[in-house]
Design a protein around this ligand. Sequence first.
Ligand code: ZN
Ligand code: ZN
Length: 310
Amino acid sequence: MRALVYTRPGVVESLDVAEPAPAEGEVLVKVHAVGICGSELHGIRDAGFRRPPLIMGHEFAGTTPDGRRVVANPLISCGRCDQCLMGRDHLCRERALLGIHRPGAFAEWVSVPEKALHDLPPDMSFETAAVVEPLANGVHAVNLARPYPGARVAVLGAGTIGLVCALVARQVTDQVTVCDLSPDRLAVAGRLGASAVTTTLEGEFDIVIDAVGAAATHQISVQHLRPGGTAVWIGLLSSEAAIDGQKIVREEKHIVGSYCYTAAEFAQAVKLARDVDLGWTTSFDLADGAAIFGELVDGRSDVVKALLRP
Ligand SMILES: [Zn+2]
Ligand SMILES: [Zn+2]
């Protein structure tokens, strides 16, 4: 089958590879749409969790051999460790992600544990379903922030994760400010229902979601938080965080990290995907995947979410 393979640092290429052989309890899924994640653009530059050769791709939807239209939760947990037993399966001690720790969906076929599959509503397109995984990240980040009606929420970054966080927060409060340097991305945020968009965050917020993860946004997320407010860090750009520890103490500010989603939140995202606008993706042929990857890594393309169609 054709697959887009991460072969060495900085390089993905289209190759012919063997079809995956499903293990017991797994199902082959024919991939119809798969999103390119920001973490993959960074992940191939520095040697990190992803070790080449690897077929990446963890945001995908497709069909099973018996005709089910499905989306898959790419996070596989053990079900036995202390975290799993406490319902925090996303923090499983042995968690593995499709497309990171085992072959993913930048290919015609991907093997998936059957229990990871969710049926799609009949009217949901594969393009929409491919955004369920990022949406589930937004559901989890917003749940951690415990928003309430009227809460002032700021979202830093209007890439895919920032936009889904804004969409989810808007379900609870009508005060969602989105901050980004790109006017084009801010225009998308405005269209999706952000109450304000800005290139420079000003004022105070009850909740700040940092969907960038740079040293500067880590700082901004705490500076613009009201006493007792919550900053949720979901962006992974940098480890640096030059923040004022005493301010955290004196103003009882909360900083909480957000990683993936629980199995329940993924199921919630499948339902929510029907009610929010996820139609801001751009689709390309899988055959052009290597070129698209290159453009996104170099910043020559400004599409918010690129989907590949095998
Ligand atoms: Zn991702
Ligand atoms: Zn576990």
